[in-house]
Ligand binder design. Structure first.
Ligand code: SF4
Length: 399
C-alpha cells in the first residue's frame, strides 16, 4: 500500500482525475524534461469524454509553459481506461519527448516512461485482516502502526485539516453561480443559515450537509480542496472534520488521528479496488469517501477497532453499484448533493456499528466488501463510469 499522504492531497477542482492529475503530470513533465515552445496533450477515455466539463484542457494549458494544443481522442490502445499522451516539440515542431500518463484516481498518476517514487509501497500489509493480525502480534494500535510507517504524517495531516477547514469557511460564505453551462446557484451559504435557525433536531444534520455542499461547491468552482479520496467526493470527509472541529470543539490532534484512520481504509480501497469513478463508478469515489468517514466518525465517537471496521464496511456496502453519471460532465449534478447524502450515511454507519455489534457480530468483513466493490465496478457499463453517456447525464440531455 502507498503512503496515506498520497491519498490526501490538496489541489484545484473540480476533479482529481481530470484536473489535479493532469496538473501534476504537466508540472513534473516540465521539471524533468525542461521547457519547450510547443506541447500537445491527447486525451483518451473519460478524460476525453468529460474533459471539457471537468476543465482538463484549461488546466493543461495553464500549467504547461508553451503553446499547447489539447486533442480529445477516442482510440486509446493502452490497458488503463483513463489517460493521455503528453508530447513536447521544439521550435521546428519536431517531437522531443512523449509521456504516456495514466490518471488512476484521486489525483494519483502512473507514467509509463517515468516511474514515480511517490507511488512506492510504504505498507507491506495489503488487507485489513493482515493489518489486524500484525496489530495483535505486536500489541500496537492502528495509529501506532500508521505512524511507524509514516513518521512525518501528523504534521502533513495538520495542513490537510487546515485546508479542509478553509475550504468550508469559503464555501459557506460565498454566493453566486458555479462555472459552466448548467448555471447552478451555490446553496451552501443559505443551507448553513437555515441550519442555524432550524429546530434543534434538524440543526446538526443540516450543518453537516451544508459543509458538504460548501466543499463540493468550492471544488466545482475550481478552488483548492482535499482529495478524500477524490476531489469529486471531497465533501464527505471535509464536512466531518469541519463539524467536529468547529461544532463539537474536538482537539486537532484527535482529528488528525481520525484522518489517519479514515486514510487507512481509503488506502485499502485504493489498493484492492479503485478510487477512480472512470474505473469503478461513484461507488469508488463517494462510496469510498463514505467508508472512510464512517471509520473516522466511529473513531471520534470512541468505538472499538471492531466497531470501526464494521462502520467502514457498512459505509462501503450500501454504496455498492453506485454509478457515475455527471450531467454534462460537470462535477455538480449529482455529485454535490451526493456528498451531502454521503456524510449523513457515514454518521449513520458509525452509529449503527456502535450499537449493532452489541447485538451480534457481522459476517461481511471490510476486505470482503472492497473485493465486491471491485468486481461490481468491472460490471458497471462504461456509460455509467464518468463518461457522461448514460444515467442522469443522458436523461438530462433527452429532457
Ligand atoms: S458522480 Fe461521483 S464519481 Fe462521478 S464525477 Fe460525480 S462524484 Fe465523481
Amino acid at each position: 500500500m502507498q503512503a496515506i499522504r498520497e491519498l490526501y492531497k490538496q489541489g484545484r477542482g473540480p476533479s482529481s482525475s481530470h484536473t489535479l492529475a493532469p496538473e501534476r503530470a504537466c508540472r513534473l513533465f516540465t521539471e524533468v524534461n525542461g521547457t519547450f515552445p510547443y506541447y500537445e496533450a491527447e486525451l483518451f477515455g473519460s478524460l476525453s469524454l468529460t474533459g471539457k466539463g471537468h476543465h482538463t484542457d484549461r488546466i493543461i494549458r495553464e500549467t504547461l509553459p508553451g503553446e499547447t494544443k489539447v486533442i480529445f481522442s477516442l482510440d486509446w490502445q493502452e490497458d488503463f481506461p483513463n489517460g493521455f499522451y503528453l508530447r513536447a516539440y521544439d521550435a521546428a515542431h519536431v517531437q522531443q519527448v512523449c509521456w504516456t500518463v495514466f490518471s488512476i484516481g484521486g489525483g494519483s498518476l502512473q507514467i509509463k516512461e517515468y516511474p514515480l517514487d511517490w507511488n512506492d509501497e510504504v505498507y507491506t500489509e495489503k488487507s485489513y485482516k493482515e493489518i489486524t493480525q500484525l496489530l495483535a502480534e505486536e500489541d500496537i494500535t492502528l495509529i501506532e502502526y500508521i505512524e511507524r510507517h509514516e513518521p512525518d504524517l501528523r504534521s502533513y495531516l495538520g495542513k490537510i485539516l487546515q485546508t479542509m477547514s478553509e475550504c468550508v469557511d469559503r464555501g459557506i460564505r460565498t454566493f453566486g453561480i458555479l462555472p459552466g453551462e448548467l448555471k447552478v446557484y451555490r446553496s451552501a451559504r443559505q443551507l448553513y443559515e437555515m441550519a442555524m435557525e432550524a429546530p434543534m433536531e434538524d440543526r446538526d444534520p443540516l450543518k453537516l450537509m451544508a459543509y458538504a455542499y460548501a466543499a463540493g461547491e468550492e471544488n466545482a468552482a475550481g478552488h483548492t480542496c482535499v482529495t478524500a479520496p477524490t476531489l469529486g467526493a471531497c465533501g464527505v470527509m471535509t464536512s466531518l472534520m469541519y463539524y467536529y472541529l468547529h461544532d463539537r470543539g474536538t482537539d486537532r490532534e484527535d482529528l488528525i488521528d481520525a484522518l489517519m484512520i479514515g486514510g487507512i481504509f481509503g488506502n485499502l480501497i485504493k489498493t484492492n479496488a479503485t478510487v477512480s469513478g472512470a474505473v469503478g463508478g461513484c461507488q469508488a469515489e463517494v462510496g469510498a469517501a463514505v467508508s472512510m468517514a464512517s471509520a473516522a466518525c466511529a473513531y471520534l465517537e470512541g468505538c472499538t477497532p471492531d466497531q470501526i471496521e464494521y462502520a467502514a464496511e457498512i459505509g462501503m456496502e450500501h454504496n455498492l453499484g453506485l454509478t457515475c453519471d455527471p450531467v454534462k460532465g460537470y462535477v455538480i449534478i449529482p455529485c454535490i448533493e451526493r456528498n451531502a447524502m454521503g456524510i449523513r450515511r457515514a454518521i449513520d454507519a458509525a452509529t449503527l456499528s456502535r450499537y449493532m455489534l452489541n447485538i451480534k457480530g457481522h459476517l461481511v468483513s471490510f476486505d470482503m466488501v472492497v473485493e465486491t466493490m471491485n468486481e461490481t465496478g468491472k460490471k458497471i457499463p462504461i456509460e455509467l463510469k464518468e463518461t457522461a453517456a448514460g444515467g442522469l447525464a443522458k436523461e438530462f440531455e433527452n429532457a
